[in-house]
Design a protein around this ligand. Structure first.
Ligand SMILES: *[C@@H]1O[C@H](CO)[C@@H](O)[C@H](O)[C@H]1NC(C)=O
Ligand SMILES: *[C@@H]1O[C@H](CO)[C@@H](O)[C@H](O)[C@H]1NC(C)=O
Ligand SMILES: *[C@@H]1O[C@H](CO)[C@@H](O)[C@H](O)[C@H]1NC(C)=O
Ligand SMILES: *[C@@H]1O[C@H](CO)[C@@H](O)[C@H](O)[C@H]1NC(C)=O
Length: 432
């Protein structure tokens, strides 16, 4: 069903027979009717018909090659079968060619190549780019990609996947997007006894015709990323520190290595210890020092050929309590401590108090103006009632016509200014 949605251009051509007709040798005729069909997303089944007039002494075989984007793939194959299954990337031209050969017969020349080429559909540069997938904790596959440079910003890429054992291809459902990075997560797990995993084929496309589809194959074992170790617990046993963390439930036994990093004081003294169990001890520790630990997991090469580490666990510390920072010895003590928290607090706390006090004072002043408006001076009122007649509204009315005229003239001036200025601007524009 999903296969019908990936139409491809098909061209068939016969390659020249140059070189095939060696002196005296009989030349085989090539196979015919080369065609393909999708057996799964990203997987093609090429079929052809046998050549005509093959002598009974000929032990007929077909040799076939794949060329993707002008690069011959390292997959020349010989077979007696009249079909071959290959992968396709869909985003680049794929050429498939086949010829007939008589095995163990140096008197008959191989036939010329019969070639078919599959051209990608969609606009160049719209295919999803930088596809990267990580298999988290043997449970879920998280794939991310970026939009092709010629794809529109609101392209809705979809991801389908298939692997041997799955009836048909499935579409990923949990899409996410973060700062231009597209992504989708799907469940992927196999029975715990399985040690070899099928290759997962991934197809990213869009429902529109413009977006170029792209296929990729991911070998799950190479992209295993263990879950972050949890429940890190530290305890003092005599003069040792005992460290323990939770074991993964999804990994088979003895398939993880843990890297424990710990340090006292500053980070330059950090030590890294590798262990295969989910616990360890640090012997003969200095009881006066504070020790900080974190752990991460890495798949064992015997189980998975992945080099991905889990994220670091949260940090946990054990040891003597921190000195309280005394202002006089502030710098001295705090520099010796790995935590900058008390120092930052001591600087920011008084600052915050001072700033908030100022804000409060300004705010109160405004509040006062609102609640208690300034009391008008009675002398001012009396002055207005009986005093200076020039400022009387009635006398103003007399001059009103004059005033408006004045204003009009002023506006005229402004207008004419604009009027005279505009053509200059327009001319200047034309000149430039
Ligand atoms: C490919 O096609 C041929 C001929 O139709 C068929 O016999 C063969 O089983 C197909 N292969 C696959 C893997 O489907
Ligand atoms: C074919 O191979 C045989 C032995 O393998 C050799 O004697 C003979 O000369 C070869 N013929 C040609 C045309 O290469
Ligand atoms: C994007 O489109 C332009 C113009 O059609 C083309 O020249 C360019 O090659 C495309 N980009 C890619 C990556 O194909
Ligand atoms: C992608 O999906 C959104 C929401 O469904 C829609 O608004 C947008 O038009 C779609 N983009 C394209 C290119 O179709």
């Amino acid at each position: 069903m999903g296969l019908a949605g990936v139409p491809l251009l098909l061209t068939v051509c016969w390659l020249g027979t140059a070189g095939a007709a060696a002196a005296g040798g009989k030349v085989l005729s090539p196979p015919s009717n080369l065609s393909y069909s999708f057996v799964q997303i990203c997987t093609l089944n090429w079929t052809w018909n046998p050549p005509e007039n093959v002598g009974s002494s000929c032990d007929l075989e077909y040799s076939s090659e794949v060329v993707i984007g002008e690069v011959p793939q390292d997959t020349r194959a010989w077979s007696k079968s009249r079909s071959r299954v290959t992968e396709t990337c869909l985003s680049e031209e794929l050429r498939f060619r086949v010829r007939s050969e008589c095995k163990h017969d140096n008197t008959t020349q191989p036939s010329s190549w019969l070639e078919t080429s599959l051209l990608p559909k969609g606009v160049p540069g719209t295919a999803a780019a930088n596809l990267s997938c990580v298999w988290h904790n043997l449970e879920s596959m998280v794939c991310t990609w970026r939009a092709g440079e010629n794809a529109s910003r609101d392209t809705n890429y979809t991801l389908s996947y298939w692997f041997d054992g799955l009836n048909g291809s499935k579409e990923c459902r949990n899409y996410f997007m973060h700062q231009g990075l597209y992504g989708c997560t799907f469940n992927l797990s196999f029975p715990n006894i399985t040690r070899s995993y099928p290759v997962v084929r991934i197809l990213i496309r869009d429902h529109s015709e413009e977006i170029r589809p792209v296929c990729a194959s991911k070998n799950p074992t190479t992209i295993v990323k263990p879950a972050t170790p949890g429940q890190l617990t530290l305890s003092n046993v005599k003069d040792e520190i005992h460290v323990e963390w939770s074991e993964s439930e999804t990994f088979p036994e003895n398939c993880l290595v843990y890297e424990v990093q710990y340090h006292t004081g500053d980070l330059t003294t950090a030590q890294i210890i590798q262990v295969e169990s989910n616990y360890m001890s640090v012997p003969s520790v200095d009881p006066k020092s504070k020790y900080t630990f974190k752990v991460r997991a890495n798949p064992k090469p015997e189980c998975y050929s992945s080099h991905l580490y889990s994220d670091w666990s949260e940090e946990k510390s054990i040891g003597e309590k921190q000195h309280s920072c005394n202002l006089l010895h502030l710098v001295y003590f705090c520099e010796k401590m790995d935590s900058t928290f008390p120092l930052a607090l001591l600087i920011t706390l008084p600052l915050t108090v001072a700033v908030s006090t100022i804000i409060l004072l300004v705010y109160l002043k405004r509040l006062q103006i609102l609640i208690l408006p300034p009391i008008p001076d009675p002398r001012e009122i009396l002055k207005r009632m009986f005093g200076e007649q020039n400022e009387d509204p009635q006398s103003c009315a007399k001059d009103d016509s004059l005033n408006t005229c004045d204003r009009f003239i002023k506006e005229e001036e402004i207008h004419s200014l604009i009027v005279t200025e505009t053509p200059v601007c327009a001319n200047a524009d034309k000149e430039t």
